[in-house]
Design a protein around this ligand. Structure first.
Ligand SMILES: [Zn+2]
Length: 453
């Protein structure tokens, strides 16, 4: 047998032992995920939450992951920037001579409104097909699947050339990457490519492969009106009477801007296309509106103050700066046609700028993950290639990209239940993800040897 052939057969032997190892480990994977879901690791900084009610619970999930990382042969470190918010980081040192890969996921979850759930949100209930509870999809399913991928490599006796790095981080749901992903990267837990284990299927079918992430913006607009008694509305509203010299109701003025941004949103739906997103995906959402007469919240005076907050999801092919300029232009143009708003233009405050992300199309992680996904599904077959999809939220890939680290999003779950009621993850998808992660590491980092574990 030639050297190339014997390497090929060592590689296919490794693939089948790794796949078998994941199958053997599946009951433990499911049980561990149930335990992780039962820890209510609600992000303590999530809006509307009482910090002290939740602080420390993320660390319990990280400790669970740290144990798994150790069992897979990793050197493990707890990286903590904000007290009681531990990140679990591990590195399985390879034999050398191959690129390294990072698997990143978050241990924090969003709150659950128990009254709207069919059962306790933190039940961790396991059925024949699914694991239920807050975080099952977003993002504990992926985090636990990645840890079990590493365990499966160990059990299969597979030694890789490059390092496998594992991160279970805090703070993702509030964008507090400085306590989570960025802290872990800065502590040295980085690699040549990253897989973010966030859910990439909406409906619980096979994970899709997301190589792009939309830009995300958050801004507020503050309007100024002119106070007057509620009984004077008619006279203030109709310009043939007193008009705006008497009073200006900000709620009416907001409509001008509302329509302008709604029109822009329609234009995006008609014309702004990206091959990995459905037409109409990009949006300008007004979801917080606070208007009232200064000093009180009863409708017995014209509202002379109004603040509206928008979040924007924009085409990854565009820059944040370009989109900001377009939105500001649309608002200014609409205001220019209104005598009051021309003089009292609402004031923008840009609160969050989350840069879009696009993976280089020739990145070597792509063929590695694609072949791994096919093998995980049991066939090297065109129809088993992962479906490309844009990531549907914001995630920490943006902060990795800012440090020159590129990667993909690929993970198990039912995206439609993330941040919603009755979140769950199909066990079948956990298995597909764990197999894909293990085989991606094998393909990307390179096989050094297959021995016995
Ligand atoms: Zn998430």
């Amino acid at each position: 047998m030639s050297e190339a052939n014997s390497h090929h057969s060592a590689r296919s032997q490794a693939v089948s032992t790794v796949l078998a190892a994941v199958d053997e480990l599946t009951p433990a994977l499911v049980q561990t995920l149930a335990e992780a879901v039962q820890i209510p690791s609600v992000n303590p900084r999530y809006p509307g939450q009482n910090y002290t009610d939740h602080i420390g619970r993320e660390s319990e999930v990280s400790a669970l992951l740290a144990d798994l990382y150790r069992s897979s042969g990793a050197d493990v470190e707890i990286v903590t920037v904000e007290a009681d918010r531990d990140n679990a980081c591990g590195r399985i040192v390879g034999a050398g001579g191959g690129p390294s890969i990072l698997f990143n996921g978050h241990v924090d979850v969003v709150p659950a409104n128990a009254s709207k759930w069919s059962r306790d949100p933190f039940s961790g209930l396991v059925t024949d097909t699914d694991v239920h509870g807050r975080g099952a999809t977003d993002d504990k399913g992926g985090v636990v699947a990645a840890a079990f991928a590493a365990l499966a490599l160990k059990r299969a006796g597979v030694k890789l050339k490059g390092d496998v790095v594992l991160q279970a981080v805090v703070g993702e749901e509030t964008g507090d990457h400085q306590y989570g992903t960025s802290a872990a990267l800065d502590a040295g837990y980085t690699a040549d490519a990253a897989v973010i284990v966030e859910p990439t299927s909406y409906d619980g079918t096979t994970p899709k492969l997301a190589t792009v992430s939309a830009g995300g913006l958050w801004f507020s607009l503050s309007f100024e009106g002119k106070a007057a008694h509620s009984s004077l509305r008619g006279r203030a509203l109709h310009p043939t009477l007193d008009g705006e010299t008497l009073g200006v109701n900000t709620v009416d003025k907001f409509w001008v801007v509302y329509q302008a941004l709604r029109n822009l949103e329609d234009q995006w739906a008609q014309h702004d296309r990206h091959p990995h997103y459905v037409p109409g995906h990009f949006s300008i959402l007004p979801a917080v509106l606070d208007a009232h007469p200064t000093g009180f919240k009863v409708p017995f005076a014209l509202a002379d103050t109004l603040t509206v907050e928008y979040s924007v999801t924009h085409n990854p092919a565009r820059t944040n700066e370009d989109v900001i300029a377009e939105i500001e232009h649309a608002v200014r143009s609409a205001c220019a046609l209104d005598p009051w708003l021309r003089e009292h233009t609402p004031i923008f405050e840009w609160k969050l700028l989350w840069a879009p992300y696009t993976l280089s199309p020739d990145h070597p992680l792509l063929p590695a993950l694609t072949s791994a996904h096919s093998a995980a599904l049991g066939a090297i077959d065109e129809s088993r290639l992962p479906e490309l999809s844009g990531f549907f939220g914001l995630c920490d890939i943006t902060w990795m990209d800012a440090r020159g680290l590129q990667g993909v999003m690929y993970g198990p779950g039912v995206g439609n239940t993330a941040h919603a009621e009755d979140e769950y993850v199909p066990i079948e998808q956990l298995v597909v993800a764990a197999k894909t992660y293990a085989l991606t590491a094998l393909a990307f980092c390179g096989l050094a040897e297959v021995g016995t574990s």
